[in-house]
Design a protein around this ligand. Structure first.
Ligand code: FES
Length: 216
């Protein structure tokens, strides 16, 4: 069961009609954005024959499975159309498995199964709105969190504020598995993108190579 909202992807990385495969806490998901801009996070498995829904296409407010073309609505993942049975009514219980999702502070957030997330708190908004980049991290999650806490101040379960004189930025961590994560950085507009991304790579190198922390 999810204990808190988890940042899963910077909003700028998901355009309308885009479909992305992702992993969060060992769960394989499909993240997609409808033509009107609504974001969905679903289990990455078609309820028909278990084909990955991330292979599908967005049409309007629906995701269409690549294999037999079943059409699933952004409203609760309900199947709306089965091309091989065009005259039959689709049972209302025929749905993809959906997860709670939110867009907040420039990030897309994963909230686990909708019925489990009633009491989850969303972190407060920050003033960091310029995406600087994301890096993949290989290493134990606990070790990663310790290194990040040496670089900055942890202000939420998956969020750190960089406290360095020359760079004002926010870091978000997506836990993929116990030994893998994605680290995303948002910065203020006053800092150069190249400098911010260089710092992000430096943090990754220190985590993966277990180097002594050097802040420049
Ligand atoms: S496997 Fe998705 S429609 Fe058949």
């Amino acid at each position: 069961m999810i204990q808190q909202w988890i940042p899963i992807l910077p909003s700028v990385l998901l355009e309308p009609k885009e479909v992305i495969q992702a992993f969060v806490q060992d769960i394989e998901v499909v993240i997609w954005r409808s033509e009107q801009g609504r974001v969905q996070i679903w289990e990455n498995r078609c309820p028909h024959r278990s084909v990955r829904l991330s292979l599908g296409e967005v049409h309007g407010e629906s995701l269409i499975c690549a294999y037999h073309g079943w059409q699933f609505s952004a409203d609760h993942g309900q199947c709306q159309r089965i091309p091989a049975q065009p005259t039959q009514r689709v049972p209302s219980t025929l749905c993809s498995t959906t997860y709670a999702v939110a867009e907040h502070d420039g990030m897309i957030w994963f909230g686990g199964h909708s019925h489990e997330n009633q009491s989850l708190d969303m972190p407060q908004s920050s003033s960091y709105h310029h995406y600087a980049g994301s890096v993949h991290l290989q290493g134990d999650l606990t070790d990663i969190q310790q290194v990040l806490s040496a670089w900055g101040t942890q202000i939420a379960p998956w969020q750190w504020q960089l406290t360095q004189a020359d760079l004002d930025a926010m870091l978000w961590l997506t836990p993929i598995q116990q030994d893998q994560a994605m680290l995303h950085m948002m910065k203020h507009s006053s800092h150069s993108l190249a400098d911010a991304f260089h710092r992000l790579q430096k943090i990754r190198d220190q985590i993966e190579n277990k180097q002594e922390i050097s802040y420049v």
